[in-house]
Design a protein around this ligand. Structure first.
Ligand SMILES: [Zn+2]
Length: 290
């Protein structure tokens, strides 16, 4: 955090420097936009092919073939979820929260994409509907579906409290991924990555820049819907924080299940094809750039 009383004197032109207008780091105007109308048209006549109920304070995995859709649905009471995605055929390719944030901003909604890590960097999923899009940003700078948090984990909890808690999203995701892939928990753990915080309402405090959370506005029946751009293995944890209005990393909060629904459209969206992995080929053995 920034010092309340800085140790170093500001230069004479400090006000001028601070007044310099920001520029967007990664303008996405030239980024090929998803054809949302085509995606949505493909839903016509779709068929539900499966569903997975994620129990409170646990995680479950699910698979979605490329060209199909999945929804994460709020049931029972307000509950946030931590979502991980892997390429089904190559678990080294997984969701890259940081670059997704750099491209689409701190909180995602309809039309945004979940990008995979380097060297793949391609869309893994596209958000095709978000019933919480009305929330936008509140007076505190809070919004829903963030890519600024990481996932609650037992190590940070241990660091801050000295206690051991076994149902943090990190642990839940690790166990679920291990079960789904036949790996041990130790082998599975490094595959777990920073999440999309589904339904969670978060931001950074304006005065200190600290990560904050507040009770999610989600109501039963709300959902966020994704189109799978590649064959996906997903894992969703129903966070022990419940609505994340008070605390996480404990059994203190009221928790509810989350529902994952998978849908197959009668045909792929018009003009859509599985996106290829990133075209940059500069990193290879023996290559020295001039
Ligand atoms: Zn959590």
């Amino acid at each position: 955090m920034k010092l309340t009383n800085p140790e170093h004197k500001a230069p004479v032109d400090a006000a001028q420097k601070k007044a310099v207008k920001p520029v967007i780091c990664y303008p996405v105007d030239d980024l090929k936009q998803p054809d949302l109308a085509a995606y949505r048209a493909a839903r016509e006549g779709w068929r539900k092919t499966g569903e997975v109920l994620v129990p409170p304070r646990e995680a479950r995995t699910f698979e979605v073939p490329a060209g199909h859709f999945f929804r994460i649905v709020s049931v029972e009471s307000p509950q946030v979820g931590d979502l991980n995605l892997w390429a089904k055929a190559n678990h080294a390719e997984r969701f890259f929260s940081g670059k997704t944030r750099a491209l689409h901003g701190t909180h995602l909604s309809t039309g945004d994409r979940m990008w995979s890590n380097l060297p793949y960097l391609r869309p893994m999923a596209t958000i095709t509907e978000d019933t919480l899009d009305w929330y936008g940003f509140d007076e505190f700078g809070g919004g829903v579906h963030d890519v600024i948090g990481t996932r609650c984990d037992p190590y940070t909890h241990h660091l801050l409290s000295g206690g051991d808690y076994h149902h943090c999203c990190h642990s839940n995701l690790t166990r679920a991924f291990a079960t789904a892939t036949g790996r041990s928990q130790r082998e599975a753990e490094p595959f777990v990555h920073d999440v999309l915080n589904v339904f969670m309402c978060t931001g950074f405090t304006r005065d200190t820049g600290q990560y904050f959370m507040k009770a999610t506005p989600v109501r039963p029946g709300d959902f966020i819907e994704f189109f799978a751009e590649i064959d996906l293995l997903g894992a969703l944890s129903a966070c022990p924080g419940g609505d994340c209005g008070a605390e996480h990393s404990s059994d203190a909060s009221k928790c509810a299940p989350l529902l994952v629904e998978i849908y197959a459209p009668p045909a792929a969206p018009k003009g859509w094809a599985v996106p290829p992995v990133n075209g940059y080929l500069g990193i290879k053995d023996g290559f020295v750039p001039r």
